[in-house]
Design a protein around this ligand. Structure first.
Ligand code: SG5
Ligand code: ZN
Length: 258
């Protein structure tokens, strides 16, 4: 069945999606000594809509992750621009990657260190009309990535989501939740700086269409929050949903801050 894949043998993805072994795959390990300052002067990264509460908000267990999506008032759909991006990128959805225990879970690693959770905010370039068109272009998608480390501070966005996780324990369950603005996730990408490189979707079809922006500020996640993710049943009874890191292949990794 097309669209069916698991995390036990990610090498099997290549049979249906050969680009999964392409030259600009994600995630990667970020070695700090490889990170260069981006020299050219660029407009600072900006965003709007993140403080606006959507009219409707939905969480879905799609068998690969839990996805958060929303419907915002006209012109308030969360959007990012500037920094390494050309044009406007509109939010499609937010999702998470986790592991069976605290030693693994993130897709990106830093100096070969894994984090227990990684949050992805997927945006698509509005110039391409829709997301399925955008993934055909090498600058079609911008994903803001946040690494989370086990600590005592609860994340208010995750707390709001997990209130209703009991309704989406099984794949293909979905429920509307009490809407909240994305700023509850305590996003600080703009202030703290971020690492950026050209990569791919980390799931099939592995399209090489993603400009990655990874926050250098590590956020907190509590053990209760992690256990809520781990209770969600995934396809194939996978106990994790992170792809192993892929070869960097001479790609530059840049550090940017505003
Ligand atoms: C998750 O990661 C997302 C995919 C996303 C990939 O599997 O799924 C969910 O969170 C539950 C629906 O999102 C979708 O399938 C809905 C569009 O794929 C995309 O966002 C395609 C543009 C891969 O995303 S990632 O590279 O950021 N990890
Ligand atoms: Zn992801």
């Amino acid at each position: 069945r097309r669209g069916h894949f698991g995390y036990t043998r990610p090498d099997d993805w290549l049979a249906d999606f050969p680009i999964c072994s392409g030259p600009r795959q994600s995630p990667i390990n970020i070695e700090l000594q490889d990170v260069k300052m981006m020299e050219s002067k660029r407009p600072p990264l900006g965003r709007y809509g993140y403080d606006t509460r959507p009219k409707k908000m939905t969480i879905t267990n799609n068998g690969h992750s839990v996805q958060l999506s929303g419907v915002w008032p006209a012109r308030d759909t969360p959007t990012v621009y500037g920094g390494p991006l050309t044009g406007l990128y509109e939010l499609a959805q937010v999702h998470f990657h986790w592991g069976a225990d605290n030693d693994a879970g993130s897709e990106h690693t830093v100096a070969n260190h894994s984090f227990p959770l990684e949050m992805h905010m997927v945006h698509w370039k509005k110039a391409y009309q829709n997301i399925s068109e955008a993934i055909k272009h090498d600058d079609g998608i911008a994903v803001l990535g946040y690494l989370l480390s086990l600590d005592k501070n609860a994340n208010m966005g995750i707390e709001r989501m997990r209130t209703d996780f009991s309704k989406i324990l099984k794949p293909r369950q979905s429920t509307d939740i009490d809407p909240f603005p994305l700023s509850l996730f305590d996003l600080d990408l703009l202030k703290e700086g971020y690492v950026t490189y050209l990569g791919s979707l980390t799931t099939p079809p592995c399209s090489e269409s993603v400009i990655w922006l990874i926050s250098v500020r590590i956020k907190d996640v509590t053990i209760d929050e992690l256990e809520s993710f781990r209770k969600l049943q995934l396809d194939n009874h996978d106990d994790h949903n992170y792809r192993p890191t892929q070869p960097l292949n001479d790609r530059p990794i840049y550090y940017l801050y505003d």
